[in-house]
Design a protein around this ligand. Structure first.
Ligand SMILES: Nc1ncnc2c1ncn2[C@@H]1O[C@H](COP(=O)(O)OP(=O)(O)O)[C@@H](O)[C@H]1O
Ligand SMILES: [Mg+2]
Length: 228
């Protein structure tokens, strides 16, 4: 459903510090599958995830969703596709301190401008599903690590995206929280979500729910394997 063809991403293009973070990567991501990008730090995982999620445009190559090319779309149109298609859970959660759990979760929905009562109901449904509803009024900096993680996942799901993107989701998480994360992902997979994660954590790369592990080195795909 999501197809990358010969994608290259240069940082500092044409400048002395030019660097190819992703090099000629072709990858197709099937609907409903769990794909993990693994590789050492600096191998291009985060950059590739931002291209998959249309947060970054590739310097060269094409990205297509359901056969529709996205690379050439004007920014406004691309932003709409991005909001409606992808949910993002970043490394270290990127929650906004000073705002409540509820407000953090609703943030990605504001640009879609749905009626407020509907959005509030939706946010509360997602919080309940992630077992964090009792914390809706708490400022996020006061949460435990597990609660932050569930809040970040709730925020990624607020627009009911078909594709969930998670960048090193278990970095700095203990064993129990990693299992909790995997349980949540398994539930989402069972519901038909497509999941793309980066990780060099064997607890993730060898997890039963993973369909495919793609190994990056120096911006290129160097191996691909079926999941455990
Ligand atoms: N915004 C940026 N500007 C310049 N170089 C960057 C930027 N982001 C990442 N890089 C470089 O691109 C390469 C790939 O980085 P990244 O995609 O973050 O890899 P990973 O997530 O596997 O650690 C690294 O060499 C990194 O230093
Ligand atoms: Mg990274």
């Amino acid at each position: 459903m999501l197809e990358l063809s010969q994608v290259t991403k240069l940082y500092n293009e044409g400048q002395p510090g030019e660097l190819a973070a992703v090099r000629e990567v072709s990858l197709s991501i099937a609907t409903g599958q769990v794909t993990v990008l693994e590789g050492p730090s600096g191998s291009g995982k985060t950059t590739l995830l931002t291209i998959v999620g249309c947060l970054t445009r590739p310097t060269q190559g094409r990205v297509a969703l359901h056969g529709q090319p996205l690379s050439g779309l004007p920014e406004q149109h691309l932003a709409r596709v991005r909001r409606q298609t992808f949910g993002f859970a970043f490394q270290r959660f990127n929650l906004i301190a000073g705002l409540s759990v509820l407000h953090n979760v609703m943030l990605p929905a504001y640009p879609l401008a749905q009626p407020h009562p509907q959005l509030l109901a939706r946010a509360r449904d997602v919080l309940a599903e992630l077992k964090i509803a009792h914390r809706e009024a708490t400022r996020v900096e006061l949460l435990s690590g597990g609660e932050m993680q569930r809040t970040a996942i709730a925020r990624a799901l607020i627009n009911d995206p078909a594709i969930l993107i998670a960048d090193e989701p278990t970095a700095n998480l203990d064993a129990a929280l990693t299992l909790q994360f995997l349980d949540i992902m398994a539930t989402l997979k069972a519901r038909g979500k497509t999941i793309v994660m980066s990780s060099h954590d064997p607890r993730i790369t060898r997890a039963a729910l993973v369909d495919r592990v793609v190994t990056l080195a120096d911006g290129r795909i160097v191996a691909e394997a079926a999941g455990a």
